[in-house]
Design a protein around this ligand. Structure first.
Ligand SMILES: [Zn+2]
Length: 182
């Protein structure tokens, strides 16, 4: 998938995920202003990290081997683990993961999921050429499917949310720690 597809996918994913993380169907209160303030904050919190994550894998067009060096599961695991260890870069993994999905499902060439262990590129037969006129439609379909999966995970398995208060507190902690070090 080309850059336009990845950015479109990331923006829509951030918007949709903002709704999923904010609007709990069991407690949804459409008449409260706070609902919409919270929604706007959540979309703001998600947008940049998800978009940056979605752009990151294609850095390997300049450094390393394209669709291999930064298109593999070890890189995704690093982005998943980073917030757990450093309480930083939350949600970037969602951008990286969606980039992989779009490359595998939406374009003809696959990605080397197990690189550097194996250079084999994996693909699904659903892909269209990145120049195809159907590329945008495929991007929208993939995004919708991803939002369905993320909603299922968030509602039934594990919360994907990171509260703004916790994120701010960890930033203050990190700043304080840095001040001590310096
Ligand atoms: Zn890519």
């Amino acid at each position: 998938m080309n850059k336009k597809g990845h950015v479109l996918n990331a923006i829509l994913l951030a918007l949709g995920l903002g709704v999923i993380l904010t609007v709990d169907p069991r407690t949804f209160e459409p008449n409260r202003v706070e609902t919409y303030v919270h929604l706007a904050q959540k979309i703001g919190q998600l947008s940049l990290p998800v978009i940056l994550g979605a752009l990151f894998p294609d850095v390997d067009t300049a450094f390393g081997k394209h669709r291999k060096t930064l298109h593999n599961l070890p890189v995704l695991i690093a982005f998943l683990a980073f917030p757990l260890v450093f309480d930083n870069l939350h949600f970037v993994w969602i951008g990286v993961a969606t980039h992989y999905v779009l490359d595998m499902v939406g374009s003809k060439r696959g990605i080397a999921l197990f690189y550097p262990l194996s250079p084999q590129e994996y693909d699904l037969p659903t892909g269209v050429a990145t120049s195809s006129k159907h590329a945008d439609a495929v991007t929208l379909l993939v995004t919708a499917a991803e939002l369905g999966v993320l909603a299922g995970v968030h509602y039934y398995l594990v919360s994907l949310d990171v509260s703004l208060a916790n994120a701010a507190a960890s930033f203050v902690d990190a700043t304080a720690a840095l001040t001590v070090v310096l």
